[in-house]
Design a protein around this ligand. Structure first.
Ligand code: ADP
Ligand code: G6P
Length: 483
């Protein structure tokens, strides 16, 4: 049965989360993470539907409109939240795709739930899509959906975008269900990745795990009449203009000044903004800052670090451990180096609204992005978009997708604590002239490559590929008919 929408986005999460208030009422809150940050402004301009989970277990609410987007909820039971979301998605795939920073768990019951829930998302998407519609499947939680959709609806044009890294085959090979995952993804016409290296890792996995002919981002499926799937990189971005405008607002600038005053007007404000995730290198950043305080490179009277850490995946074991480690470390640094007047690290375990985030970016002289592995890292791009004053220095891990584009940041290897300390000192001492030159170049890049451009280029490539493939299959049918 075909639905009403020419464009359907399918993602594990809807752009808003359902929140049960203490008085029993429900309200909606913006969902965490970069996927929602990027896709929400795109979908606000499109007349499409967004299929996803509302963030709490139980029966799904009825379809509704939020922030100008049509939302179609998919339900997950308590057990599915444990096995599909916390288990296979965030206990198996997330660590496996992020360089096995922590050990992935491989459990058949998690995999079975993943298959079952992917079927449910595929069914929900198929119900929303008109004949010949475009369905754009998002991220690692839904890698089987493209194949499941194609089986149900061969008329659709199907795209997939992987927001996180795709690992080298030597790591991917650990996955007991590696062939099934590759086959699931190959249901798509076009598979997008953040970096060229991710697309290469994927084509190599097609060759090595599934023995498929795959060259220069094209994978040929002889079992499907020679259908070709394209894999390529489309680095994701942010709504630059919206953030630039927000950061220029007088109330936001006043709030930034107020934040600095509340900190006691230190000479230097450093900032980290992350989901509380082990991929973000928060402990490495704290270690470097602590050592700088220990050896006198920075003084607590002169420099404050604000670390904003959004609560994330709070029931997954490694996240519970990380939170403890971060909080113990912050406590130790403040206990050793704080004074009645000065706090070394301001640790904030909350989510904030867009205005407050923009004010924080504007208040920070140095932005620390020290991820050990990150598909893109939109925070780095948001910092740049907020700095219309062309001030501020971005310290950026070379293990982020953003590093491929933001060459004028101070690049660091977060494992090299001495190198990280040197980069922090260099950022603190950088002349306004050099900082301005670097920031101008960073802003040009992010301004020219915003999220609208990302979405348009992916959807255009999908349409082009689909048209070519359709022409090839018509020609093949004609050939068969004439012979
Ligand atoms: P990830 O998708 O892994 O979380 P990104 O850096 O790509 O990492 O995206 C994170 C997004 O979440 C950004 O848009 C950032 O502004 C937002 N964010 C992070 N921390 C907070 C917070 N404490 N409050 C509000 N938004 C936050
Ligand atoms: C990353 C992932 C997203 C995910 C987000 C937040 O950005 O790529 O798919 O939605 O983190 O994580 P969560 O588990 O809360 O959805």
């Amino acid at each position: 049965m075909a639905g009403d929408y020419d464009l359907v986005v399918v993602a594990n999460r809807l752009p808003v989360d359902r929140v049960e208030e203490p008085d029993g009422s429900t309200s909606w809150r913006r969902s965490p993470g970069g996927l929602v940050t990027a896709l929400e402004p795109v979908m606000q301009r499109e007349d499409g539907a967004w299929v996803g989970w509302a963030g709490t277990p139980g029966d799904p609410p009825e379809p509704f409109d939020a922030e100008g987007v049509r939302c179609v909820p998919v339900g997950l039971s308590e057990q599915e939240v444990e096995d599909y979301y916390e288990g296979f998605s965030n206990g198996t795939l997330w660590p496996l795709y992020h360089d096995v920073i922590v050990a992935p768990g491989y459990h058949r019951s998690w995999w079975e739930a993943y298959v079952r829930v992917n079927e449910r998302f595929a069914e929900a998407a198929a119900e929303q899509a008109t004949e010949g519609a475009t369905v754009w499947v998002q991220d690692y939680q839904l890698q089987l959906v493209p194949r499941m959709l194609r089986r149900r609806r061969p008329d659709l044009s199907i795209g997939f975008f992987n927001h996180i890294p795709f690992p080298p085959f030597e790591i991917f090979a650990q996955l007991p269900w590696r062939k099934a995952v590759i086959d699931g993804l190959l249901g798509a016409d076009l598979i997008g990745f953040q970096r060229a290296a991710d697309a290469n890792n994927f084509t190599r996995a097609c060759r090595r795990a599934s023995n498929l002919p795959a060259r220069s981002g094209r994978i040929r499926l002889d079992a499907e009449g020679g259908r070709e799937v394209r894999a390529a990189s489309f680095p994701i971005s942010i709504d630059f203009a919206a953030l630039d405008e927000l950061a220029e607002r007088e109330d936001v600038k006043a709030r930034a000044a107020e934040i600095r005053r509340d900190l006691g007007n230190p000479e230097h404000v450093l900032l980290g903004v992350d989901r509380l995730d082990y991929t973000k290198g928060i402990l490495h950043r704290l270690k470097a800052f602590e050592e700088l305080l220990d050896d006198g490179g920075v003084k607590v009277e002169e420099a404050s670090l604000i670390q904003v850490a959004t609560p994330s995946r709070e029931r997954v074991e490694q996240y519970v451990q990380l939170r403890q480690d971060v909080e113990v470390t912050v406590g130790r640094i403040n206990g050793t180096h704080g004074t009645i007047k000065n706090t070394a690290v301001h640790y904030l375990h909350h989510s904030y609204g867009r205005e407050e985030m923009a004010a924080l970016f504007l208040a920070a002289d140095v932005m620390l992005v020290t991820a050990l592995r990150d598909g893109m890292n939109l925070v780095a791009k948001e910092y740049v978009a907020s700095r219309h004053d062309e001030r501020g220095v971005l310290v950026l891990s070379e293990f982020t997708g953003a590093a491929d584009e933001l060459g004028q940041a101070l690049m660091i290897n977060p494992h090299d604590i001495d190198g990280l300390k040197d980069a922090i000192l260099r950022a603190l001492r950088m002349s306004p002239r050099e900082a301005g030159r670097r920031m101008r170049s960073l802003r040009r890049r992010v301004g020219d490559h915003d999220v609208q451009r990302w979405a348009a280029s992916f959807l255009q490539a999908l349409a082009d590929h689909h048209t070519t493939e359709a022409a090839v299959s018509v020609a093949a049918a004609a050939e068969r008919g004439s012979s």
